[in-house]
Design a protein around this ligand. Structure first.
Ligand SMILES: Cc1cc2nc3c(=O)[nH]c(=O)nc-3n(C[C@H](O)[C@H](O)[C@H](O)COP(=O)(O)OP(=O)(O)OC[C@H]3O[C@@H](n4cnc5c(N)ncnc54)[C@H](O)[C@@H]3O)c2cc1C
Ligand code: FES
Length: 280
C-alpha cells in the first residue's frame, strides 16, 4: 500500500497528491509517469510524476477529474492509502543544452512540465514557460514555474488573466517579436499539443509532445496505447511518452481516446449514483 501524505485541490477538479513511494522517488526522471491502482477493484491509470523528493521518499502527482477513477481518487485524503503505484515508467525527457526552449503546459500539464523546465534550466538553457487555461481560476503552480523559468507567460482563453488567447498565439507572438525558440516541449490535453505542433511546424521549431493515449499495462504488452508517429506504430508507454509533435497522427490519437467513451460515461454515472452521499 502507498500512503497519501498530502492532498490539495489546486483548482476546481485539479488535485495534487503527494504519495510515499521511496523506490520510485529514488529513480524518477523528468517526463516519466506512474500507473496507479486505487484498490483491489480499481483500474490502472497513468499519471505523470510532477515532482519527487528523494530524501523524503515521496512523489507528487497532479490530476484532473475526468472519469470514474479520477473522481474516485479525488475522494481520498491524506492518511488514506493506494493499492498500487508502479513506476517510474516511460523514457525520461531528453535533457540537453539546446539554447532557448519553450516549456508549455495546460490542464494537468501545467504541473507535469515543471520537472522538464527545471532540468532544462539546470542544463544551461534559456527556459520560456507558457501556461494556458480556459479561465484564470483554473491556473495553479505559477510561483513554482516562475522559479524554474527565465521568462514566464500566462494566457487564458477568456482573457480573465491577460492576454487572451492560447499557447500557440503566444509562440507566434514571441517569434513575430523577433525572438528565437529552438525547441518546444508541450504537455497537456491532446488538442493543445496538436494546435501547438500545428503552429510550430511552419515556423520550423522542433516540438516534443507527451502523448496521453489510453494505457492498460504500461509495459508494451497490450498494445492499447498505440499511436502513429511518422507513419510507424509506436507504443506510448515504452517508446514514449515523448514524441515529435510534427510526426504524430493526431486524428488517430483523438479517435482512439474516444474509443470507450460510452462505457466511461456509463461507468461514471453508475459510480456517482452509488456514491452521491459521499461526494455531496
Ligand atoms: C503517460 C500519461 C501521463 C498522464 N499524466 C496525467 C497526469 O499527470 N494528470 C492527469 O490528470 N492525467 C494524466 N493522464 C491522463 C489520465 O491517465 C486519464 O485522464 C485517466 O486515465 C482517466 O481515467 P478516468 O477513469 O478518470 O477517466 P475515463 O473514464 O477513462 O475517461 C473519461 C474521459 O477522459 C478521456 N480520457 C481517458 N483517458 C484519457 C487520456 N489518457 N488522455 C486524455 N483523455 C483521456 C476519455 O476520452 C473520456 O472522455 C496521463 C495519461 C498518460 C498516457
Ligand atoms: S499500455 Fe499496453 S502497450 Fe502501452
Amino acid at each position: 500500500m502507498f500512503k497519501i501524505l498530502v492532498k490539495q485541490e489546486l483548482a476546481p477538479n485539479i488535485h495534487l497528491v503527494k504519495i510515499a513511494a521511496s523506490g520510485i522517488a529514488k529513480k524518477a526522471q523528468p517526463g516519466q509517469f506512474v500507473i496507479i491502482i486505487l484498490d483491489e477493484k480499481g483500474e490502472k491509470i497513468p499519471l505523470t510524476i510532477a515532482d519527487w523528493d528523494r530524501k523524503e521518499g515521496s512523489i507528487t502527482i497532479v490530476f484532473m477529474e475526468v472519469g470514474t477513477t479520477t473522481h474516485r481518487f479525488a475522494t481520498l485524503n491524506a492518511g488514506d492509502s493506494i493499492e498500487s503505484v508502479v513506476g517510474p515508467l516511460g523514457i525520461p525527457a531528453h535533457i540537453d543544452k539546446i539554447g532557448t526552449l519553450a516549456c508549455v503546459g495546460g490542464c494537468y500539464g501545467i504541473a507535469a512540465i515543471m520537472p522538464i523546465a527545471r532540468a532544462m534550466k539546470e542544463a544551461g538553457n534559456k527556459v520560456i514557460t507558457i501556461i494556458e487555461a480556459r479561465s484564470k481560476y483554473l491556473l495553479y503552480w505559477e510561483d513554482e514555474l516562475r522559479k524554474v523559468s527565465d521568462q514566464f507567460l500566462v494566457t487564458t482563453g477568456d482573457g480573465s488573466h491577460a492576454p487572451q488567447g492560447w499557447i500557440s498565439d503566444r509562440i507566434n507572438q514571441i517569434v513575430d517579436e523577433g525572438d528565437k525558440i529552438d525547441l518546444v516541449f508541450a504537455i497537456g490535453c491532446t488538442y493543445m499539443m496538436k494546435t501547438c505542433s500545428e503552429a510550430t511546424k511552419p515556423l520550423g521549431i522542433k516540438t516534443i509532445v507527451h502523448l496521453n493515449s489510453i494505457m492498460v499495462d504500461g509495459t508494451g504488452m497490450c498494445g492499447c496505447c498505440r499511436v502513429s508517429v511518422g507513419g510507424t506504430t509506436k507504443f506510448a508507454c515504452v517508446d514514449g511518452p515523448e514524441f515529435d509533435g510534427h510526426q504524430v497522427d493526431w486524428d488517430i490519437l483523438l479517435t482512439r481516446q474516444k474509443g470507450y467513451q460510452d462505457e466511461e460515461i456509463r461507468s461514471l454515472h453508475e459510480w456517482e449514483s452509488k456514491n452521491w452521499r459521499r461526494i455531496n
